[in-house]
Design a protein around this ligand. Structure first.
Ligand SMILES: [Mg+2]
Length: 209
């Protein structure tokens, strides 16, 4: 405190620049960030490209997902869903339907500690990119601040390039679920698997204290 008043200046905390270190989440809990479509639930694949289910009746978990999530949570990982749902921003899907899916998801996977959703349409110049829309890391950073997460001990798991790039930009390790889409990765993940179940032993083996 003394140094602030050494030259007779008035202490005005609001006007002080916030040091960068204070804006970063402090080291804390490890998390596994989970993409939604293709990672937790079955995607709808048309002509080699994945799409989210359009209706609640089409929303089904991938096999083994509840068990995988239970195992990760029991090992001390906070599970955070991070999903782009741009069809809401584009007017092609209702927010109510997406929210109803997430109510069901919480019933199926009660270990989910938090759900981050980005509804931004992300269609280029007319709709500017959003800091929370993957590959931007905003959803992960917001969850890290809210839950006190240690991103360096955390993982991002997903089935598209945006998931992998997002995890990397947030400072997590990454696992790509390769479902054979006609879409190339733009950066190299730490690991590649075929399902969330296969990702579990990799995460458990890669624990850092
Ligand atoms: Mg996906």
């Amino acid at each position: 405190m003394g140094e602030f008043f050494a030259r007779g200046e008035k202490l005005m905390p609001a006007a002080f620049p916030v040091p960068l270190s204070a804006t970063k989440p402090r080291a804390g809990f490890p998390a596994v960030f989970l993409d939604r479509d293709g990672t937790l639930n079955l995607p709808v694949v048309r002509q080699g490209r994945p799409y989210p289910p359009a209706a609640l009746g089409e929303f089904q978990l991938c096999p083994g997902v509840p068990e995988a999530c239970r195992t990760l949570a029991a090992a001390g990982y906070l599970l955070v869903l991070a999903t782009n749902q741009p069809d809401v921003g584009r007017g092609l899907q209702s927010r109510e339907t997406v929210e109803a899916m997430h109510v069901r998801l919480r019933e199926w996977v009660p270990e989910l500690a938090r759900i981050e959703v980005c509804y931004a349409p992300g269609q280029g110049r007319t709709h500017p990119e959003n800091r929370r829309r993957k590959p931007e890391p905003g959803m992960l950073l917001d969850a890290a601040t809210a839950l006190g997460l240690d991103l360096g001990r955390s993982w991002m798991v997903g089935d598209r390039w945006r998931d992998i790039a997002c995890g990397q930009r947030a400072g997590t390790r990454t696992i790509f679920i390769d479902l054979g889409y006609e879409e190339k990765l733009r950066t190299r993940p730490d690991h590649t698997v075929r399902s969330l179940i296969e990702a579990v032993p990799i995460i458990l083996a890669g624990r850092r204290s």
